[in-house]
Design a protein around this ligand. Structure first.
Ligand SMILES: NC(=O)c1ccc[n+]([C@@H]2O[C@H](COP(=O)([O-])OP(=O)(O)OC[C@H]3O[C@@H](n4cnc5c(N)ncnc54)[C@H](OP(=O)(O)O)[C@@H]3O)[C@@H](O)[C@H]2O)c1
Length: 379
């Protein structure tokens, strides 16, 4: 193993601290990226740490500098994202940093926004030592933000609960409840933080879900979205009975019954007709439409194998959260998690990157990265 220099090791430790804090902004700051910041004084002692807390609110650096005051002089500022150098909703962070006179600024990732970058050069020209460090957690924090820029669609997190032998439901389509109460609480928490929850008509017909966040504190109200090409959703669907709690979009075929489209529209449903070829919509286009119409940053997918497989085939899944329950169905005809691909070799399969793993009662929750996200790499 290669030894890393003590200074770099300390820089990475502080950036880890900043990145952990940044995650507390999830659900509050989007469509801005999550950002965290830590300040140490001239002797290396931590003065304070903070994060970007709310969209349109002060950036993490400003909160930290306000608390640190004069103790910042000669110290080091660790920030997960390059400080902005432009007049946005708040003033440029670079001015505030220069005024606070730290000796050094350590940055976890360059700002991918061409309007906001330039902070590094500005700080250097003011005589501050600036180090841009390769820091994976800082890169991950801005992935949703970069996806909006690069792919013109929201960040897509696919979540499913499966049995230990890889099934989403029994052969009759029954899936309540594969996962534990604690795992389901985790899902409700996430529902309260994302902009939208996407499902397919198969899940609506089989499970009649509400797709609302219950028993948790909301950070935002997620729009429910159903891919329902032929408008098979029944009038008594729970999604239609809960329109006053959360908005609903139905994405249907352009050829779907016009009267039914109008009926749903009159009920307050946002109906988006899309072209369908060979019984398939282009889901990348669907996601682009949804983003431009509703300004979505993060979408949580809670669907069956039909929609999950279509999204995977179109490379439209960025992250997967798989809850594995300690149940064996031992039935080859029970529903698989994904379907429809026929790789000849193992190497032709989809390879994911395991990012985090934790336990909820007897379930194991696995967090995977799906896309490499190379376009977000540090220059
Ligand atoms: N364990 C879990 O976490 C979990 C989560 C959700 C659901 N489930 C289970 O999954 C089962 C339902 O699976 P499912 O595959 O039928 O449901 P689904 O994925 O929710 O819906 C599939 C339907 O969505 C439409 N669709 C999907 N991709 C499309 C595309 N590219 N273009 C156009 N339409 C598209 C199709 O509708 P049309 O047929 O109308 O064309 C398709 O039949 C149920 O048993 C449910 O309990 C399990």
């Amino acid at each position: 193993m290669t030894a890393i220099a003590p200074q770099l090791e300390r820089d990475l430790f502080m950036l880890d601290l900043a990145a952990r804090g940044a995650q507390r902004g999830h659900g509050h700051v989007e469509p801005n990226p999550m950002v965290g910041c830590v300040a140490t004084d001239s002797t290396g002692v931590v003065i304070t740490a903070d994060h970007h807390r709310t969209y349109g609110g002060p950036h993490a650096e400003i909160l930290v500098l306000n608390t640190a005051g004069d103790r910042m002089r000669g110290g080091t500022l660790f920030v997960t994202l390059e400080p902005c150098d432009h007049e946005g909703r708040t003033g440029p962070c670079t001015n505030a940093i220069i005024d606070a006179s730290p000796a050094r600024v350590v940055i976890g990732h360059r700002d991918p926004n061409p309007e906001a970058t330039g902070g590094i050069e500005r700080l250097r020209s003011a005589g501050i030592e600036v180090d841009l460090v390769e820091h994976e957690p800082s890169r991950r924090l801005i992935e949703p933000f970069c996806t909006r820029w690069a792919k013109h669609r929201p960040w897509v997190v696919a979540k499913w609960a499966q049995t230990l032998d890889g099934h989403l439901a029994t052969r009759s389509g029954q899936s309540h409840w594969i996962s534990s109460v604690q795992s389901r609480r985790l899902v409700h928490r996430e529902r309260g933080r994302v902009d939208a929850i996407l499902t397919g008509i198969g899940t609506v017909l089989s499970d009649n879900p509400r797709l609302t966040a219950r028993g948790v504190r909301h950070r935002r109200i997620a729009r429910r979205i159903v891919v329902d090409p032929s408008l098979r959703i029944p009038d008594d669907a729970a999604l239609l009975q809960t329109l006053e709690i959360a908005p609903l979009t139905i994405v249907c075929s352009q050829d779907a019954d016009a009267r039914r489209q109008a009926q749903l529209h009159d009920l307050g449903v946002d109906v988006i007709p899309m072209p369908v070829h060979d019984a398939r919509m282009n889901l990348q286009h669907v996601l682009e439409q949804l983003q431009s119409r509703h300004d979505l940053s993060t979408v949580l997918v809670e669907a069956g194998p039909g929609l999950l497989s279509s999204l995977a085939a179109e490379n439209c899944i960025d992250e997967a959260v798989v809850i594995v329950a300690p149940t064996l169905l031992a039935d080859a005809r029970a529903l698989p998690s994904l379907d429809g691909q026929s790789p000849d070799t193992i190497a032709d399969g989809l390879t994911l990157t395991l990012r985090r793993i934790h336990r909820r009662m007897d379930d194991v929750v696995l967090h995977y990265g799906v896309s490499a996200g190379s376009e977000t790499g540090n220059p």
